[in-house]
Design a protein around this ligand. Structure first.
Ligand code: PEP
Ligand code: MN
Length: 365
């Protein structure tokens, strides 16, 4: 058991793999064959844009009978990638055995996947296996949007004495339908950075978006929020990938994508002001997105109520209920710095829109 105190995190700028922002981690979702790994690595190395080559060796899959990874055999190929192309290599580890095998093959960086971060028993077992080892570790956010679980996982790794620890934001699973495979919920990593300011923050737009189409937007957003790096899945032949084919891009497409990202330099003194404004604006955009998502959910509830009212023959407008909402909200918001006038304007607009939705439901044949 590790009882040691929490070690200090080494800033990303001091890691040997860091060559400037953004740190680019790329490679296939899964190592499939020697040829696929070596060819993807060859093309990625040739771009000179990739700081760290990734590949999944053991794959956590939602359903059995999907490709669950090539296993230990693939570690030889990664060793070869390192030797032939000079790129450091990263894999996902989920068990102690994975850690020992990875270390045996000289894997430089271990990342802990979302399905492992979520489990404190698994995290502690990994931390125990990592005790006193000099290796870089990235911790992906847990599947569910619970910041303390993410922080707890990071702390367990810190307690094992690991100093080079980063966090990877890959989004959160949700029962609600959304265009993204995993919802970003940007406020959670923003809060993580407030709680652990020295931790490197990497965005994984591949698993967040789940599709090539969202990569640029998500990557740009993360750069505007001043993230330190990107993890983007790349495959020499994405159409025939054995896992995550919709979200993998060719190495040449990775270069195009990186070229299109507008980088605002947070360290430049001249641009300091503009950069902070940009970061704040991104936060505003994020809150606006959330506001409208919440409004959308609210309208859906209103529609369901409309359906009930229709079935029970009740009128749409119930004045008492409306007064109650206004009074309750005004008193709840008294200490939020929002004026009564603003609250009632917003509520009126929301109420009107709700009525419109209910009307539509009630008048449907
Ligand atoms: C991966 O990076 O291939 C992976 C399985 O990611 P996640 O843990 O974010 O689902
Ligand atoms: Mn994947």
């Amino acid at each position: 058991m590790t009882t040691g105190k929490i070690s200090e995190i080494t800033p990303l700028q001091e890691w040997e793999i860091f060559n400037g922002r953004p740190l680019v981690i790329s490679g296939p979702c899964s190592a499939e064959t020697e040829e696929q790994v070596m060819e993807t690595a060859r093309q990625l190395a040739a771009t000179k844009r990739v700081d760290l080559f990734r590949a999944g060796i053991w794959k956590p899959r939602t359903r059995p009978n999907s490709f669950e990874g090539i296993g230990t055999e693939g570690l030889k190929w990664l060793k070869q990638v390192k030797q032939e192309y000079g790129m450091p290599v990263a894999i996902e580890v989920a068990t102690e055995k994975h850690v020992f095998e990875a270390l045996k093959y000289g894997i430089d960086v271990l990342w802990i996947g979302a399905r492992t971060t979520v489990n404190p028993f698994a995290m502690q077992a990994l931390a125990d296996a990592l005790e006193g080892v000099d290796v870089m570790v990235f911790v992906k956010n847990p599947i569910n949007p619970e910041l303390d679980l993410w922080i707890g996982a990071i702390e367990r790794i810190q307690k094992a004495g690991i100093k080079k620890i980063g966090a990877i934001h890959r989004g959160f699973s949700s029962f609600e339908k959304s265009a993204y495979r995993n919802q970003p919920k940007w406020q959670i990593p923003i809060e993580l950075r407030q709680r652990i300011p020295e931790i490197a923050l990497i965005c994984d737009p591949s698993h967040m978006g789940g599709s090539k189409a969202f990569l640029l937007d998500l990557a740009q957003k993360s750069m505007d929020l001043n993230y330190d790096g990107l993890m983007i899945e790349s495959h020499s032949d994405p159409d025939n990938a054995l896992s995550d084919k919709r979200q993998q891009i060719k190495p040449a497409e990775l270069v195009e994508l990186l070229d299109r990202i507008i980088l605002r330099n947070p360290d430049s003194h001249d641009d300091n002001f503009l950069n902070s404004i940009e970061e704040l604006r991104s936060q505003i955009d994020m809150y606006d997105d959330q506001l409208f998502e919440i409004l959308e959910s609210r309208m859906k509830v209103a529609e369901t109520i409309g359906q009930y009212k229709k079935e029970h023959n009740i009128t749409i407008l119930q004045t008492n209920r409306w007064k109650e909402i206004v009074n309750k909200t005004v008193s709840k918001c008294a200490d939020k710095g929002l004026s009564t006038e603003f609250i009632s304007t917003v509520l009126k607009a929301i109420h009107q829109e709700s009525i419109n939705h209910q009307m539509r439901v009630m008048n449907e044949k």
